[in-house]
Ligand binder design. Sequence first.
Ligand SMILES: [Zn+2]
Ligand SMILES: [Zn+2]
Length: 341
Amino acid sequence: MQFEGVERPLRAVERAIPEPGPGQLLIRVQACGVCRTDLHLLDGEVEIARPPRILGHQIVGTVERRGAGGEDPLRAGEREPGEQPRRVGVPWLGWTCGECVYCLSGRENLCPNARFTGCDIDGGFAEYALADERYCFELPESYPSEQAAPLLCAGLIGYRALRMCGDARSIGLYGFGAAAHILAQVCRVGGEVADGMPERRVFAFTRAGDAAAQSFALELGAEWAGAAGEQPPEPLEAAIVFAPAGELVPAALRALAPGGVVVCGGIHMSDIPSFPYSILWQERSVRSVANLTRRDGEEMLALAPKVPVRTHVTVYPLERANEALADLRAGRFTGAAVLVP
Ligand SMILES: [Zn+2]
Ligand SMILES: [Zn+2]
């Protein structure tokens, strides 16, 4: 399902199966998650420099073949007869330069030369995809492919955002979609299970009147759910804003206790309206979270089965990708959408 231009539907096209180059895997896609970022790409809010492009950056699939000239040339080529196909996950971070100040300081998520899956590199809204093996993840075996796919962006970016909340014991989640439904489950565990993170209380903020999302949040362990403009029952130690609406930033600041942080988890957001300094005063802060590092991925994918995180997915056949995107935009499902070829 190919992106050909801003505000145009994805189009079903037949393409040749791509040839893996050195270090690349040819992956037969089993499932690919749909992300809010895909809507930003479709709308031109995040630019695709060189269309046509295949979107999709939460790919789960099996390795069909490995390009020659990788780190281990002996493993190049076809699988041995009888060998089990290896399953991998491919995230948004598709390639980094390894040489810049960010790559060299453990912040490859900020690499200015990075290439992103489903944006700069063809992604997983397809039957086959190529990926640089160094950026692929092993996936916990306990997850069927459809359930694993949303972990690869909603889960990983959510996890990075949660890390930015430090030791906050009460967290507001603004926008209860794919990422929040995973995080709410992670927040409820603490200590050894959660890599030393504290157990946290969750307060869910949804669109006004979205009873389905609010009851979904309560089912997943949130202790309170309300509309995004509402004040929570007590000031919160942190808030993560997943919805791409700038007016939620001052709303979240107003919900914070002194010293609290608002973390903006999306790649794009409408303009943030001006607000009085008094709601930032008392050492409150606002920050964003960008992309992921491979370390985030390894940590979250190890943590998910221990929680255990259960992803709620709505599965669409690949050729109905446009319907899945429209349903995401309209908030017609809870949890995450996944495309299956
Ligand atoms: Zn994403
Ligand atoms: Zn770099």
